[in-house]
Design a protein. Structure first.
Length: 221
């Protein structure tokens, strides 16, 4: 009789242990799901902007000057459309991520996200006003391409500082150097610098985050 009671108690204890383990496992899975939902994906963000810079300014390079291989209007329209589209997507993505965050972090994320649209909006006004004062087409081309990458670099510097992210801060510094170097490359060489060096920097950062994420998933021996 005592043996049966002991066995029954042991079985009940084992069932309770299994139930607790199952509950803890479900809680851990839910936490991981929420964490993935509210955390931005650096690989996705850098991949999008890397492709925008690579394709956009690569198209500008191919569509500029008498030796262009594509229509000039296409070389001007493609980067403009890609940058505006990427900005809208980035703002929407940031707002969606911010819904799962509360408190000061959400405020900082919102302020940083809107600084992109405000910065590029004001940059467009300034550049347009300067061009209307009689800038040559070559000077205008260098102004638009370099100022856009320069502003991007400054914003990434700020983002890296806010998040204490050395990789993002380094990307901001690299983008600013590319913007400065593009001016000395002249036209249409500036577009090539923007495309390969600027876009390449974003894609390199995307690759860094991809390997970092993949390394976290691989089992360690």
């Amino acid at each position: 009789m005592d043996g049966q009671e002991t066995g029954s108690a042991a079985g009940q204890s084992m069932d309770e242990t299994l139930d607790v383990s199952r509950v803890l496992s479900l809680i851990a899975e839910e936490r991981e799901h929420v964490r993935r939902r509210v955390r931005s994906d650096p690989f996705l963000l850098f991949s999008v902007w890397g492709c925008v810079w690579l394709v956009g300014f690569g198209t500008s390079y191919l569509g500029y000057g008498p030796d262009r291989v594509i229509p000039g209007w296409l070389g001007a329209a493609v980067p403009a459309v890609l940058i505006v589209t990427a900005l809208i997507w980035s703002i929407g993505y940031s707002l969606r991520i911010g819904r799962g965050v509360s408190g000061p972090s959400r405020t900082v994320a919102a302020m940083y996200g809107w600084s992109w649209s405000l910065g590029f909006g004001c940059l467009s006004v300034v550049n347009t006003a300067l061009i209307r004062r009689g800038l040559s087409s070559d000077t205008a081309a260098m102004l638009w391409s370099s100022s856009a990458l320069l502003l991007t670099g400054v914003l990434y510097l700020a983002g890296g500082m806010i998040g204490q992210d050395k990789a993002r801060y380094s990307l901001g510094a690299w983008s600013m150097l590319c913007a400065a170097g593009a001016v000395f490359a002249g036209v249409p060489g500036n577009f090539l610098v923007q495309s390969l060096a600027g876009g390449g920097g974003f894609l390199a950062m995307a690759g860094y985050h991809w390997f970092q994420r993949a390394g976290a998933r691989w089992p360690r021996s």
